[in-house]
Design a binder for this molecule. Structure first.
Ligand SMILES: [Fe+2]
Length: 255
């Protein structure tokens, strides 16, 4: 678990501090060649201080906890009916980075996806999330066997853990844990700082993947080492929909 340790001057607005910390690195001119863990320490430290109250989610967090308790008494069909959509609460955006919150109901996920040439810092605000993250492993193309299926790549699973509000923020980088999936073990909210933003015009277009089951890989599946997987680029699932919702927490001024 990556936990921020660096002290930073705190203002009266922890949410504004997150934005300022992000500006300090993503709006640097010239931009850093490659962003490292040290570069994002300020963002992680500011994220660690964020509470549901500051981002206007106290009521929703309480409602979701009650709903989760009620779910235990429901049939799977009733559970599906009572499940709200995945929502995104936009907090701040500029040309260099975005800040916002994903609320994911239990047993739903943000499927495996990438962040090309981007850095993402994330903090779970409530609930419980299963985080899986992958590194591309092009070195295995030659040592294992060239993959013949279209749009496939070798990857190593580098994170596979449950994180909750008591855990520190996590980060993914352009070449480290860049591909990830969030699965809500319990209804959860995740505050994301992402820089630079997705922009297909600049080659930063999101791609979704599925992990190919070992059984589908025949003999190759038996020879894959620990934590090595084959990912196939796919269209996002039809039922993966993210609905925008107003952000009602501490406001952040324009730069
Ligand atoms: Fe992501």
């Amino acid at each position: 678990m990556r936990t921020a340790q660096t002290a930073m001057a705190a203002s009266n607005s922890p949410v504004a501090d997150v934005v300022e910390a992000a500006r300090g690195i993503f709006s640097k001119r010239p931009p850093p060649h490659k962003i490292t863990e040290k570069d994002v320490e300020g963002i992680l430290t500011s994220l660690e201080r964020i509470t549901v109250a500051q981002v206007g989610l106290t009521k929703k967090a309480g409602e979701e906890r009650c709903r989760t308790e009620r779910l235990l008494r429901m049939s799977p069909q009733e559970q599906r009916k009572s499940r709200p959509p995945i929502t995104y609460h936009h907090i701040y955006e500029c040309r260099d980075f975005t800040v916002g919150i994903f609320c994911i109901p239990e047993n739903c996920d943000i499927p495996i996806h990438n962040h090309p040439d981007m850095t993402v810092c994330s903090k779970v605000l409530y609930g419980k999330v299963h985080l899986e993250a992958y590194d591309k492993a092009p070195d295995l193309e030659s040592s294992m066997q060239a993959l013949e299926a279209p749009d496939t790549l070798y990857a190593r699973k580098v994170r596979d853990e449950i994180i909750s509000e008591g855990d520190g923020p996590v980060a993914c980088f352009s070449e480290k844990a860049n591909i990830h999936r969030f699965y809500a073990e319990e209804s959860c909210a995740i505050l994301d700082v992402l820089g630079p933003p997705y922009d297909s015009g600049e080659g930063r277009e999101i791609a979704y993947y599925r992990e190919i089951a070992l059984g589908e890989l025949g003999g190759l599946g038996k020879r894959l080492g620990n934590n090595v997987v084959v990912l196939q680029e796919v269209s996002p699932p039809n039922d993966f929909v993210v609905e925008g919702r107003p952000y009602t927490g501490e406001q952040v001024g324009e730069d």
